[in-house]
Design a protein around this ligand. Structure first.
Ligand code: ATP
Length: 431
């Protein structure tokens, strides 16, 4: 017999400019709807009265500008309301960006500077809310009818495609609060590792390739030029990580640098960029709602992301399984093997193997490919691999050394969309 107490439905009333912060339970999804008023999740307005289902472990906030009543059905790991948020400062940034977009569109000239909308780069330490702020700025812009370009340079926890990649995609609609960015035809470059330190030179080269390709696309597209871009970065902000940030700012000609949650990084960037009059460096407060994630949680999120690529967001895709003779495949690695420290080498020897060298994986090394995610390159010749974007990924499920065959999963049926495959260290154990 159903009793009233078995019902888990409850209501939460939110005052203006406050938010309900939620961590969905570990095993069960949560249903939620807006009963009255208006509310948004990271910049995307929720439809009135329609139940939305959020998967286990998702962390998010339902924010309201003018007040709303939210109804929840299910259990949560935590949920609480907060009336101190940095949302007003975030939306003020959005308003300034809007002004720049309008000015860019209105500029009759073909001059590349005046017709260029804002190029925003979001930087800050790990867990400062960079992805979330990027998402809000994109969704607010899309709501006004712009199609800003989202560039994600975060190879560890990127939100456009599989991990180990840098990617860009136009955002044509406010981002879905449940499913995120649709995995459709983005422009993707495969780095192959979850951290740039595996091959910093390659990372730089790929960032440059991505920037150049976007630049070409913008030349023929005044609309997306005016809408500008929002660039999300990694949380690695010390040493080489800091240099990579400067490199990204420079390579994408970013003109708005949003620094989240760290005074030191803000002052460093402000000083180093002060002789560039066109670049604004803005300090923004980190939201108290941002949830910290340790290494294990990040690793798990990566696996989840790879699984999602092959099986869909709610297991709605079924990947195809194929067996291939290894000799029919052309798998390359980028970078020349392990980099020995200078002290371990004879005097005068070059300590660094060429980080951009292409190395063909030979048939006696097939075993190394087990459980790797390989990218399918659009390159027509091996020399083009580094400068080519990728069509998608396959996952090596089995290796048969005797027969020199590999078994792999592919999200789509039929022949692979490219002849060359790229391997890194990105692996996944299907569970
Ligand atoms: P990274 O270190 O991976 O670069 P980040 O700085 O991009 O992280 P986010 O991914 O934006 O940080 O945020 C971390 C987590 O906190 C995410 O799961 C996000 O959904 C959650 N989060 C962000 N803001 C809020 C909020 N106001 N309320 C609840 N959860 C939030």
């Amino acid at each position: 017999l159903a009793s009233a107490s078995a019902s888990t439905v409850r209501q939460v009333k939110l005052d203006r400019e406050s938010e309900l912060r939620i961590e969905v339970a570990n095993e069960t999804p949560l249903r939620l709807r807006v009963l009255n008023g208006n509310a948004e999740i990271f910049g995307t307005e929720l439809p009135p009265e329609i139940w939305l289902t959020f998967p286990p472990r998702l962390k998010f906030a339902v924010f309201t500008w003018y007040g709303a009543t939210i109804e929840l059905d299910g259990t949560t790991e935590t949920d609480y309301t907060a009336d101190e948020t940095p949302m007003v400062s975030y939306v003020n940034v959005h308003a300034i960006l809007e002004g720049r977009r309008h000015r860019a569109r209105a500029s009759a000239s073909k001059d590349s500077d005046t017709s260029q909308g804002p190029r925003v780069i979001v930087v800050g330490p790990t867990d400062s809310g960079k992805s979330t702020l990027s998402r809000m700025l994109l969704s607010w812009a899309a709501k006004q009818g712009w199609k800003p370009t989202f560039v994600d340079l975060d190879i560890g926890q990127g939100s456009i495609t599989a991990p180990g990649c840098i990617a860009a995609t136009p955002i044509e609609m406010p981002i879905d609060p449940v499913e995120g960015i649709p995995l459709e035809m983005p422009l993707v470059y495969f780095f192959g590792h979850a951290t740039p330190s595996n091959n910093v030179d390659l990372y730089r080269v790929l960032v440059k390739e991505l920037a150049q390709t976007l630049e070409k696309q913008f030349t023929g597209n005044a609309e997306s030029r005016a809408a500008g871009m929002v660039i999300n970065t990694m949380g690695w902000i010390e040493g080489v990580g800091y240099e990579l940030l400067l490199h990204a700012i420079d390579t994408f000609s970013a003109n708005v640098v949003l620094v989240l949650g760290q005074e030191k990084l803000f002052s460093l960037l402000r000083d180093v960029l002060k002789n560039k009059p066109n670049v604004d460096v803005v300090k923004l407060q980190k939201s108290g709602g941002v949830v910290s994630r340790n290494t294990k949680v990040r690793q798990k999120a990566r696996s989840h992301r790879i699984r999602e690529y092959f099986y869909g967001f709610v297991n709605d895709l079924s990947p195809h399984s194929y067996v291939a003779n290894f000799n029919d495949l052309h798998v390359y690695r980028i970078g020349g093997g392990p980099q020995a420290p200078r002290s371990a080498l004879p005097i005068g020897a070059d300590p660094v193997a060429n980080p951009l060298r292409l190395v063909l994986v030979t048939s006696d090394q097939v075993q190394e490919l087990i459980h790797l995610v390989l990218a399918v390159s659009y390159a027509e010749e091996p020399e083009q691999i580094i400068s080519s974007n990728v069509a998608g990924f396959i996952y090596v499920t089995e290796v048969d050394m005797g027969r020199k065959q590999i078994k792999y999963l592919s999200p789509s049926a039929g022949v692979l969309p490219g002849k060359y495959l790229v391997a890194g260290t990105l692996s996944w154990i299907e569970t």
